[in-house]
Design a binder for this molecule. Structure first.
Ligand SMILES: Nc1nc2c(ncn2[C@@H]2O[C@H](COP(=O)(O)OP(=O)(O)OP(=O)(O)O)[C@@H](O)[C@H]2O)c(=O)[nH]1
Ligand SMILES: [Mg+2]
Length: 249
């Protein structure tokens, strides 16, 4: 698929001119209340940042450049879509969102990584702290789908062995440009035992669901009450995930 050329921003951290994109900073660091490396530890309610929470987790967005990681995050955080010029993320950036999961305040610290090859070593350094990974491909780009195996190899090498992982086929709204069939995504996900959904940062399809599913899984792993039925992420996304019936060929 042909992608829009990536304009260079006028320096790291320069916000996009066309919308409320997160600052692209190559030097982003977790806030002082970030959970420590790789541990699922209940956090204290935070009084400083205005976001009360009971538990906090780190979620990382990974996948090729241009698949829609930043747009997915902005859709989830702000309910908006970043249309227009594609401004590639530089280094790594993050945003927080607190969700109510069955009465428990779950804070997700979501790391938006740069898909470009030249930032790969930056991304590697963050894998080990991630409790969950959302691995994206673009349904209009066969290359981004073909690269999923390489991403999985990288994840295996750098992430925690028990990291929660979900595969997402983004841009499902692009009705006439589909290069990757839903069945192919499903097949690959099945092969690797991953929960899978098609999403659209543009329409919002399945975006909240993906993050909510991750939050539910992480919350239960860290504080499952005795007798509470086990939450199954696979079943949840299968049951709740919507198809893009309006736009499928
Ligand atoms: N139609 C459609 N376009 C999308 C969607 N998500 C993202 N885009 C477009 O795809 C382009 C790339 O989106 P980004 O979110 O910046 O991609 P990225 O994965 O963050 O790319 P890097 O930061 O380089 O890794 C932009 O032009 C977006 O407007 C979607 O769900 N549907
Ligand atoms: Mg980005």
């Amino acid at each position: 698929m042909s992608r829009k050329k990536t304009p260079r921003s006028k320096g790291a951290g320069t916000p996009a001119a066309n919308g409320p994109r997160p600052a692209r900073s190559g030097t982003a660091r977790p806030g002082p209340d970030a959970p420590p490396n790789g541990s699922l530890q209940p956090s204290r309610p935070s009084l400083g940042g205005g976001d009360f929470y009971d538990v906090a987790f780190k979620v990382m967005l990974v996948g090729d450049s241009g698949v829609g990681k930043t747009c997915l995050l902005v859709r989830f955080k702000d309910g908006a879509f970043l249309a227009g010029t594609f401004i590639s993320t530089v280094g790594i950036d993050f945003r927080n969102k607190v969700l109510d999961v069955d009465g428990v305040k779950v804070k997700l610290q979501i790391w938006d990584t740069a898909g470009q090859e030249r930032f790969r070593s930056v991304t590697h350094a963050y894998y080990r702290d991630a409790h969950a990974l959302l691995l994206l491909y673009d349904v209009t780009s066969k290359a981004s789908f073909d690269n999923i195996q390489a991403w999985l190899t990288e994840i295996q090498e750098y992430a925690q062995h028990n990291v929660v992982l979900m595969l997402l086929g983004n841009k499902v709204d692009s009705a006439h440009e589909h290069k990757v069939k839903r069945e192919d995504g499903e097949k690959l996900a099945k092969e690797y035992g991953l929960p899978f959904m098609e999403t659209s940062a543009k329409t919002g399809l399945n975006v909240d669901l993906a993050f909510t599913g991750i939050a539910k899984e992480l919350k239960q792993r860290s504080m499952k009450a005795p007798g509470e039925p086990r939450f199954r992420l696979h079943d949840y996304v299968k049951r709740e995930g919507r198809g893009d019936s309006c736009c499928r060929p």
